[in-house]
Ligand binder design. Structure first.
Ligand SMILES: [Zn+2]
Length: 181
């Protein structure tokens, strides 16, 4: 059943999601490894050193952790909880399913790190949640943006000003989201 005010419900659940993210990062802190630019030389040419040094990776055997949103009062997200995912990013840490550690996926997740840093935790979660509700996973704006840039990475066709571009696109997504919140 669709609740009468899904955006209001998501805003109400925001503290629970934020706490879940913090608790999850804490729970995995012993398994965190850096992004080694020696393993991912193209990333080292595209992104600033300081950003790659801030990025953290956790390789997991099964599906990366996903917040139990249905138990947080958001039943419309139940389908997303069962969705198979290769990688997911929380703040400066991304989780990658074992066997999926490609440079292309790492690129995609680092785009999300930049989005998280640009928006801050609450604005990222609000924009991401709104996008999932309105457009589904693949076409939610923060994902569509990461996938489009990943396509450019895969084809070797990225603009030189990639950091400014990501920040600008992220700001634009937030502006559109904020007008609905
Ligand atoms: Zn993504």
């Amino acid at each position: 059943m669709i609740p009468p005010d899904p955006i209001g419900q998501f805003k109400a659940a925001l503290p629970l999601v934020r706490e879940w993210v913090a608790a999850t990062l804490e729970a995995y802190q012993d398994q965190v490894v850096p992004v080694d630019p020696g393993d991912y030389p193209r990333l080292g040419r595209i992104f600033p050193d300081a950003l790659l040094k801030r990025a953290r990776v956790v390789v997991v055997k099964d599906n990366p952790p996903f917040p139990p949103l249905s138990r947080m009062g958001l039943p419309e997200f139940t389908a997303f909880e069962a969705m198979p995912i290769a990688g997911i990013t929380y703040r400066n840490t991304f989780f990658v399913k074992h066997g999926q550690q490609t440079e292309s996926l790492y690129f995609h997740e680092i785009v999300h790190i930049i989005q998280w840093e640009r928006l801050g935790v609450d604005h990222f979660l609000l924009a991401y949640g709104l996008g999932l509700m309105q457009s589904g996973y693949r076409h939610s704006p923060l994902e569509a943006m990461a996938y489009a840039l990943q396509d450019g990475f895969d084809r070797g066709e990225l603009p030189d000003n990639i950091m400014e571009l990501i920040q600008q696109q992220t700001d634009d997504i937030w502006k559109r989201a904020a007008s609905q919140l």
